[in-house]
Design a protein around this ligand. Structure first.
Ligand SMILES: [Zn+2]
Length: 394
């Protein structure tokens, strides 16, 4: 059998894994985990559910909804939520020129939401949320490393809600815990993230967005972008026939009315292969706040050695215009006024290049550090600058 022969070639050291019976044509040479998986790399749905059950004592675990495939979406909440209701809708409050009419009597509270795994094949953000929960529970990530500044920043926020995996269907579909590292070759990440057509050709980005819903029968493997209904949750039919995952997020936003949301993805720019925050298609009045947030987070990443240089003047310079897409973050902003931003991580599975064209791999440790530094600086920003009611009250 050709597949068996290919598998026998030790191109990349890995540990074979069983496939997914729903997608029997996944090539054997792709069905392998990284040879050594750090204990902190908790990325699989069952392992996360066990982690939440056993380790969450200070927070409260809640099911915020079910996926198209009927799977529970779990969140963990810390602190006291906003109490009392506003007198109008978010849109009404904007029309009334006072967002506090929507936020209600305790509009001054500060509420943060973190999302992992809106795309099921993007493991870095999932591992990041799990380790963030560990820090909130114990002061330490799953390596045992203390994060006193993150703990202190979190203590200044009234309410934190974390969803380790939004697209549970997409994550469950991928039978790997950690992809092998393949140098500058993104074969594992591309296959499992954006999928492959029946004829073996990668679907790839951005073609994966040309077909929503994606018909799985046309694919050898549909990747981790879509839920079980074939829908990429970043580009749902937000104001029409929404997916249950989107509805669960909208309902969560209605209850929590967050100020700031980090939507953690994997997809750093290949020519500057470091964590980057993207400008959302949000209300124009939040633009200056976004730019200050961007400066804060990229400064923290640079000083932590997690950007191309350690110079904030380079790494945290004013973000470019023109890449703001109407997507989930725009929908969440329109729904409740949250400043919702995508943050793209490099992948553990392949290396990109820095601005000088040199190949820059990222260790699993660096990837986790970047996740936690982003949360630390984001929470610090929210604590220092106040939330929605302060940013653009009138
Ligand atoms: Zn993504």
């Amino acid at each position: 059998m050709l597949a068996g022969f290919v598998f026998a070639l030790p191109i990349f050291a890995g540990k074979p894994v069983p496939g997914n019976p729903d997608f029997p044509d996944i090539p054997n040479d792709l069905l392998q985990n990284a040879d050594e998986i750090p204990a902190f790399w908790v990325s699989e749905v069952d392992a996360i559910a066990s982690f939440l059950k056993e380790k969450v004592k200070r927070g409260r675990v809640m099911e915020i909804g079910r996926t198209a495939g009927g799977r529970p979406i779990l969140a963990v909440a810390y602190g006291e939520p906003r109490k009392g209701r506003g007198t109008t809708t978010f849109s009404g409050a904007i029309g009334f020129f006072d967002v506090r009419a929507y936020l209600g009597p305790d509009h001054a509270k500060k509420v943060f939401v973190g999302l992992g795994g809106v795309h099921g094949g993007e493991f870095e953000g999932i591992v990041g949320v799990v380790n963030f929960i560990s820090v909130l529970e114990t002061g330490r990530d799953l390596r045992g490393r203390e994060w006193p500044e993150l703990t202190a920043a979190a203590a200044r926020i009234d309410r934190i809600v974390l969803v380790p995996v939004v697209n549970i269907d997409g994550r469950v579909r991928i039978p790997l815990r950690m992809e092998p590292f393949a140098g500058t070759d993104n074969r594992y990440h591309q296959y499992f993230n954006t999928g492959t057509w029946k004829n073996g050709r990668p679907i790839g980005w951005p073609t994966i967005k040309e077909f929503i819903p994606l018909e799985f029968s046309r694919t050898q493997f549909p990747g981790g972008y879509p839920n079980d209904a074939g829908v990429n949750l970043m580009h749902d039919d937000f104001l029409g026939a929404r997916q249950p995952e989107t509805q669960a997020l909208l309902d969560l936003m209605s209850r929590e009315k967050p100020d700031l949301l980090f939507n953690m993805h994997t997809g750093a720019p290949p020519e500057n292969y470091y964590m980057r925050m993207h400008r959302p298609a949000a209300e124009l009045r939040l633009d200056a706040v976004y730019e200050e947030l961007y400066r804060t987070v990229h400064t923290a990443l640079a000083l932590a050695g997690l950007q191309g240089t350690k110079d904030p003047a380079i790494e945290a310079a004013k973000p470019k215009r023109g890449n703001a897409l109407v997507n989930l973050d725009a929908a969440l902003n329109m729904h409740c006024g949250v400043l919702s931003v995508v943050i793209e991580s490099p992948s553990h599975s392949f290396a990109g290049r820095n601005r000088q064209g040199e190949v820059v791999p990222h260790s699993a440790d660096m990837l986790l550090d970047a996740q936690l530094v982003a949360y630390q600086s984001g929470l610090g920003f929210l604590a220092d600058n106040g939330g929605r009611a302060k940013w653009a009250p009138k």
